[in-house]
Ligand binder design. Structure first.
Ligand SMILES: [Zn+2]
Length: 342
C-alpha cells in the first residue's frame, strides 16, 4: 500500500464510496449555460425535414424554428447557432448577404418573437454557392482572376469582401454574435472592420480559429446541403496532423480582434483544445462537437451498443475537462434533460 510522507495509507477510493461524496469532489461539471444548440433553417412553412444521418435533427422553416427556439429557451440553453439553406445557389453565394436571405429572416423572426435567446450566426459562403466551396473560386481557365494560382483555388481576398458583407447583414438583422467558419486568412479582421464601420463595434466575433479538414463533417453536409461539388477544403482548413499550427491560427485571430475562439471538431482534437486553453487563458473557448461525433453515438445507441445518456454526458464532460468553456452540440437539449441525474 502506498503511503504519504507521514506514513498514512493513500486510498483514493475513500472519496468514491457514496454518490454525494463523488459529487462533492467532482472537478468538472456541465451546466445548460455551457451549451450552444445548432439549428438549420430552410424556406417554406411547416417544414420539419429529418436529416437521416443525424436522428433528432431537422431542417426547419422559420415557424418551426421559433417553436424549437422556444424549447431551447425553456431548457435554459442560452444560445443557438444558425445555419441556412438558401432557396437558390449561385457562384458567388449571394443569398448569404441578401436582406431577405433565410438567415436574415430567421434572425428577425426570433427578435420579433422576443425570445430570451442569443443568436449566433455562421458566417461562410459554402451553403450558398452552387459549387459548395467557402468563397469565390479562381475559375475561367486562361482568363481566371489569379493566373498564378491553380484553377478552382479559393481566392482569399475576394472572399474576405463577401464574408464581411455576410456578417454585416446578420448584424443588421439582429444577430448577437457572428461566427466566421471559412478559415480564410484575415477573416476576423475583415469582419471586425466591416462591423465597426457599420455601427456594430459592440458585436462580438466568435472565430472558428482552429478548424480541421475533418471527415466528421459528413452528416452536416447532408443537413446544410453544403458539400463541395468537386475537390475538398484542404487548401484552407487545417491538416488533422497539426497541433502547433493551431496555436498560430488562434494567435492570428486574437491579433485580428476575435472575442471568442473555437476548435472544431472536438473529440479527435482534445489535445488541441487543451493547448489553446493554456496558451490563451483570457479568451473564452468553444469546441464544436460536430455532426459526425453526434452520428457515431446515435448509431451506436440505436444498435444497443452504447448507453446513449451515459455516453453523451461522458463525451461532453470530457470536452469541458479538456478546456472548453462552451460546447456547440446537437446533444444540447437531451444533455440538459439528463443533467443532475447520476
Ligand atoms: Zn464554409
Amino acid at each position: 500500500m502506498a503511503k504519504n510522507e507521514s506514513g498514512a495509507a493513500l486510498k483514493p477510493r475513500r472519496l468514491r464510496t457514496y454518490p454525494k461524496l463523488r459529487a462533492m469532489v467532482r472537478e468538472t461539471s456541465l451546466a445548460p449555460e455551457d451549451l450552444i444548440y445548432p439549428l438549420f433553417v430552410t424556406h417554406g412553412k411547416g417544414v420539419r425535414r429529418p436529416i437521416a444521418s443525424m436522428p433528432g435533427v431537422f431542417q426547419l422553416s422559420i415557424d418551426e424554428l421559433l417553436a424549437e427556439a422556444g424549447e431551447v429557451v425553456a431548457l435554459g440553453i442560452p444560445a443557438v447557432l444558425l445555419f441556412g439553406i438558401p432557396a437558390a445557389k449561385d457562384a458567388s453565394g449571394s443569398e448569404s448577404y441578401a436582406r431577405d436571405g433565410i438567415i436574415q429572416q430567421a434572425i428577425r423572426a426570433i427578435r420579433q418573437a422576443r425570445l430570451d435567446l442569443l443568436v449566433i450566426t455562421d458566417v461562410c459562403l459554402c451553403e450558398y454557392t452552387d459549387h459548395g466551396h467557402c468563397g469565390i473560386l479562381n475559375t475561367g481557365g486562361l482568363h481566371r482572376p489569379a493566373p498564378s494560382l491553380p484553377e478552382g483555388y479559393l481566392l482569399n481576398d475576394q472572399t474576405l469582401d463577401a464574408i464581411g458583407r455576410v456578417a454585416l447583414s446578420h448584424a443588421e438583422a439582429g444577430a448577437d454574435i457572428v461566427a466566421p467558419s471559412g478559415m480564410i486568412d484575415g477573416m476576423v479582421r475583415a469582419i471586425r472592420e466591416t462591423l465597426d464601420r457599420g455601427g456594430f463595434s459592440h458585436l462580438p466575433v466568435l472565430s472558428y480559429a482552429v478548424k480541421y479538414a475533418s471527415s466528421f463533417y459528413g452528416p452536416f453536409r447532408d443537413a446544410a446541403e453544403g458539400a463541395p461539388r468537386f475537390g475538398d477544403r484542404r487548401s484552407h482548413q487545417m491538416d488533422p496532423a497539426n497541433a502547433r499550427e493551431a496555436l498560430k491560427e488562434a494567435a492570428l485571430d486574437v491579433g485580428e480582434g476575435a472575442d471568442l475562439l473555437m476548435v472544431k471538431p472536438a473529440l479527435p482534437y482534445l489535445d488541441v483544445i487543451r493547448a489553446v486553453r493554456d496558451r490563451f487563458p483570457e479568451y473564452p473557448l468553444a469546441a464544436y462537437n460536430v455532426s459526425g461525433e453526434y452520428a457515431m453515438l446515435k448509431a451506436a445507441a440505436a444498435n444497443g451498443w452504447l448507453d446513449e445518456r451515459q455516453a453523451v454526458m461522458e463525451v461532453l464532460t470530457g470536452i469541458k475537462r479538456a478546456g472548453a468553456d462552451l460546447i456547440i452540440t446537437y446533444h444540447a437539449k437531451d444533455a440538459v434533460r439528463w443533467m443532475g441525474r447520476s
